[in-house]
Design a protein around this ligand. Structure first.
Ligand SMILES: *Cc1c(COP(=O)(O)O)cnc(C)c1O
Length: 472
């Protein structure tokens, strides 16, 4: 026991560490609070490991060099940002785990202007009185989609919750069993419905739902007919659902509003770019549907947001719901959304300037060019890895266009010899854990860098990251 006590006494005190020249250096570049935390954390760990019986005789535990370098590592860890940029080389454009949509320079400049100045966020400059936050986008949304009225909230999940709560609390909402979807783990239509206070009334089967199913389920408690975009999957084969148009006719006949949760929200017709199956918001509204909801950062390519469009009577009710305040959009997202929507006024410009659309519609030859450039820069970086440009396919992601396979070019890196120094899996891990993380995919013992989602401005950084990862 005496042994242990003696060893514990050898651990430097916080003060001793603080007085050391090395620590004085740290204090020049790091806040004192973090330096203190790093010292205390490491000294505590030392104490604990000695008390837990770590072999003190081996005493590397107590080497001052080790202690100082551990403190420094902890300090660096504490000082670095947790949320940081990375390179998306997965080829999945609307990658929800990697931040979904990225924004154009113009959008960011405008956001910056709003961030550092006061603004008319909720002020009517004409009248000199209190104004409304959602009023700023009313006009542009009308121009782009022919919508009557609009509200913008924090995200589409909030939009769905808010609409259901405003229109169907303690009443029934009829939904096809083929559309009771789950998106990304935590958003499930039946659960959102329950939280909104609405009662789910399921009709039909997984693969087939008929108009008569909806019709038969309508009763005096029915408040809404809901159609949900089956974003991330399709039922193929012996399957049919009821068109939105038929649901709208039924709703009109029985005096029940119809809502369509569109998920992605596509503003322009993508058919001319070879992408089929996603209706535009304008087409959807033309059916006479009462309410549509969609995300701001999926196919639309803007900031995180949920857009609710529809008939004035319902939108008015939605705006007055106290929940609307709890899920309202913040001013920076609102500003980013305004600029993004303005880009759509000129479709050709939108496709070039909105990164999500640009990556989605990029001509294959441009992707090939980028891949070849990366290949050239990586050639001869490391004799142990072969570098080759290959054809592969990218995905839209974000639960949009699940069946779409976009032809792309990837830079494939694979070990030149069997049993080489490190495997493709090691390489992937090193890239991912690097100073500027690169997220890539592995296929057939090769690491693939998809040129579609790599930005031109990132190529140099990507090449540097690969070089570092391949170093011994
Ligand atoms: C993505 C999606 C949502 C959720 O939207 P968020 O903007 O991620 O909150 C809701 N409904 C559908 C059909 C979706 O595809």
């Amino acid at each position: 026991m005496a042994d242990v006590k003696e060893i514990l006494r050898e651990i430097p005190s916080v003060d001793e560490v603080l007085k050391s020249p090395l620590c004085q250096e740290w204090l020049k570049t790091h806040p004192r609070s973090l330096v203190l935390k790093a010292i205390r954390d490491i000294l505590r760990l030392k104490r604990e490991s000695i008390l837990a019986g770590a072999n003190p005789a081996a005493s590397r535990v107590l080497s001052f060099d080790t202690i100082f370098s551990e403190i420094e590592n902890t300090l660096n860890d504490l000082s670095s940002f947790k949320l940081r940029p990375l390179i998306n080389a997965t080829g999945i454009i609307i990658h929800t785990n990697l931040g979904r949509s990225i924004l154009d320079e113009v959008v960011i400049r405008n956001m910056e202007g709003i961030a550092k100045r006061y603004s008319n966020l909720e002020y009517d400059i004409e009248k000199g009185e209190r104004g409304k936050r959602h009023a700023h986008l009313e006009e542009i949304l009308r121009t782009l989609t022919d919508s009557e009225s609009s509200v913008i909230v924090n995200n589409n999940a909030a939009a769905v919750l808010l609409v259901l709560n405003s229109m169907a609390q303690e009443k029934e909402v009829i939904v096809s069993r083929g559309e009771l979807i789950e998106i990304g783990g935590s958003f499930r239509i039946p659960e959102v419905m329950e939280r909104s206070g609405a009662v789910l009334r399921e009709v039909g089967t997984t693969n087939k739902t008929h108009l008569r199913d909806y019709e038969g389920a309508i009763n005096e408690r029915t408040a809404l007919l809901l159609k949900v975009h089956t974003s991330n999957y399709r039922v193929l084969g012996f399957a049919s659902d009821v068109s939105l148009q038929d649901m709208v006719f039924l709703g009109q006949k029985r005096g029940i509003p119809v809502m369509n949760d569109l998920g992605s929200g596509c503003i322009i017709d993508l058919k001319k770019y070879g992408i089929y199956g996603e209706p535009t918001v304008k087409e959807v509204l033309k059916s006479g549907v009462d309410i549509v909801t969609f995300s701001g950062d999926k196919l639309l390519g803007g900031p995180q947001a949920g857009i609710i469009l529809g008939k004035e009577v319902y939108i008015d009710r939605i705006r007055k719901n106290p929940l609307a305040r709890a899920v309202r959009i913040d001013k920076l997202s609102l500003s980013a959304m305004e600029v993004t929507l303005r880009e759509y006024l000129d479709e050709e410009r939108a496709v070039k300037k909105i990164p999500t659309l640009r990556m989605l519609t990029q001509p294959l030859k441009d992707i090939a060019k980028r891949a070849k450039k990366i290949e050239r820069l990586l050639k001869n970086v490391n004799a142990l890895f072969k570098v080759k440009v290959m054809q592969d396919s990218s995905q839209a992601g974000g639960g949009s266009l699940p069946l779409l396979n976009l032809p792309t070019f990837v830079v494939a890196l694979s070990p030149a010899v069997q049993g080489s120094q490190f495997s493709v899996n090691d390489f992937e891990e090193r890239l991912r854990k690097g100073e500027r993380p690169v997220i890539a995919r592995i296929k057939d013992d090769a690491l693939l860098l998809d040129a579609r989602t790599i930005q031109d401005g990132e190529i140099k950084e990507l090449v540097d990251s690969v070089k570092v990862a391949l170093k011994k």
